[in-house]
Design a protein around this ligand. Sequence first.
Ligand code: NAD
Length: 334
Amino acid sequence: IFITFCALSKAKGMEINMRSDKRRVVLVGCGMVGMSYAYAMLNQNTVDELVLIDVNRLRAEGEAMDLNHGLAFSGSHMRIWAGDYNDCNNADIVVICAGVAQAPGESRRDLLKRNMEVFKSIIDPITESGFNGIFLVATNPVDIMTEITYKLSGFNPRRVIGSGTALDSARLKYLLGSYIQADPRSVHAYVIGEHGDSEFVPWSNALLATKPIDDIIAESKGKLKMEELSRIEEEVRTAAYKIIEAKRATYYGIGMRLTRITKAILGNENSVITVSANLRGEYGQNDVFVGVPCVVNSSGIQRILEISLTDEEKAKFAESCEELRQTYDELNEK
Ligand code: NAD
C-alpha cells in the first residue's frame, strides 16, 4: 500500500517528507546556550544525528570538530556535522538558540525587532526544507520568540514549544529542596507565567511527594518559616540576573533543560514540563504563549495540564499573560 501511495504521490508531483529511522536534531545558534545543549546531548547519547547551524559558519564547523573529538569518550555513536537548512528536511526537532545581544542604549522593543528579523532568516528556510517535526525555542524573550516561531512557520501550535519556565521550575525545585532538606526530584512545584519578571510560584500546588509544603512548614515546629518561601521565589526570579552579573551569561542549566525536553519528545515520554505553550481557553486565556505545566511527548505538547489556582494566583497569571500580549502587540505596531 505504501509503495503504491509513493508512486501515486510522485505521479501527482507531491513531495513526501519521511523522517528516517535516525533521530535527528538540528540546532540553530551555536553560542553558549546552543553548545551547552549540544554538549549535554553528546554526553547523554540523546540522538543519532546532530546538525549544527550558525550564521557564523566557521563557528559551527569548529564546534562540530570539537564535539566529534570527544565522541570516543562519550559512549555515543552520534554523527555531528555543521550543516545547512536543507538538513532540517527529515529532522525530528529543530532547536533554536540563535539571537542577537542587546546593543548599548537599545530598547527592548528594538532588540525584539532585530531578533524577529533573525527568526525570519531562520524559520523561512526551515519550513521551505519540508521540515515536519517540532520546534523547540530557547531564545529570549522566549515566550515572544516562540509565538513568533508559531506565526512564521504556520505550524500547529502543539508542535511549537518554548523552554518557558522549565529552567525556573528546576531552580525552584533545587532551592526548595535544599531548604526543606529533600531531594529536588521529590519536590513537585512549578514556576508559571512569563519566563521573566512577572513569573511566579503557585504555592498552593507545591508538594513534597503528595504533602503540601505549607503543611510541612506548619509541622516543622518553627524550624521552617513561611517567609522563606517568598525569598526562594525571589531568588528564582532573579537567578539569571545574578549569573549574568557573575559570568556574563547562563547556559549549563538551560542546556541540560533543553536536553531533558528533547528526551521527553524523542522518547514519547508524556512527561510534565513547564514549557511555553499556546493557550486556547485554558486558565481563561487566549492568544498567548506562556509557561504552564504541559504533557510533552512525540507529538509535541500532547496537552496542557490545567492546575487549580487560588483567586490570587489566577490574577497573577492573568497579569503575566497580559504583559506578554502587550509586548507582542507592541512589536507588531508600526
Ligand atoms: P550567544 O551570543 O553566545 O549565541 C548566539 C548565537 O546565535 C551566536 O553563535 C550567533 O552567531 C548566532 N546567530 C545570530 N544570528 C543568527 C542567525 N541569523 N542565524 C543563525 N545563527 C545566528 O548567546 P547565548 O548565550 O548562547 O544565548 C542565546 C539565547 O538564549 C539568548 O537569547 C539568551 O537570552 C537565551 N537564553 C534563554 C534561556 C531560557 O531559559 N530560555 C536561558 C539562557 C539564555
